[in-house]
Write a protein that binds this ligand. Sequence first.
Ligand code: NAG
Length: 223
Amino acid sequence: MSQKRVSIFSFLLHSFLYVSLASAAVTPTFKDYFFRFTHSNPPREVLTYQRLRGNFTNTPGVTPAPHNPQDHFNRISLYNAEPEPHGPLYVVPTNPHPPPVPGYYGLSARAGIPDAWQLIYTYRLEEEQSFGFRYEDWRLKRSKCKPTLKIWYGPEQDVEDGWRWYAVKGVSPMTGFEQWTAWWVKLSDANEGAFADTEIVPVGLELVEAGPVNSNAPGGVEE
Ligand SMILES: *[C@@H]1O[C@H](CO)[C@@H](O)[C@H](O)[C@H]1NC(C)=O
């Protein structure tokens, strides 16, 4: 190639890269979010518009104040495609030394309650899958006026069939603290009475855009 051709080629390549990068800056490929309960019915102050934190468990949930500043919100990375984001919900560790494999948020059937799945995350995909872990069919819809995404699991038909989010009060086996975790449930004859010993509250769940990671800040984010 002559000198001139090389420089034209290089000019074209750089123009191409510049345009691709510029458009990438407008629509970033991945974006970070947090889980957040919206309304509950009846309204519960402990839940309303609270973001879900780890409390050093693999079950994202809401714990009562006062919070430990080390207790970070569960951070999610999501493929931010047009017209709707989609794909698995990847775990973004806010503490150092994440395992060298991706972590996923998904639904666990480990509790053994029919028609009831608990939101958890795992870095041990194969092990969880042997307990029926589901993580690939998250559905997301942008809100028209807020930087939030509506989130549900599986076909839209399921929502019409009565599947919805509940906050279930429990005690973390790892920390002994009260924790309200998120469950995807269809109340049915099969699971009647399964939550009789605890409180189960219908809630909204959404993903809300997250600021940059700062592991030293409360909740892992500047607020
Ligand atoms: C778990 O949550 C409780 C209640 O907010 C808090 O007091 C406790 O410090 C948290 N534990 C950890 C290990 O973050």
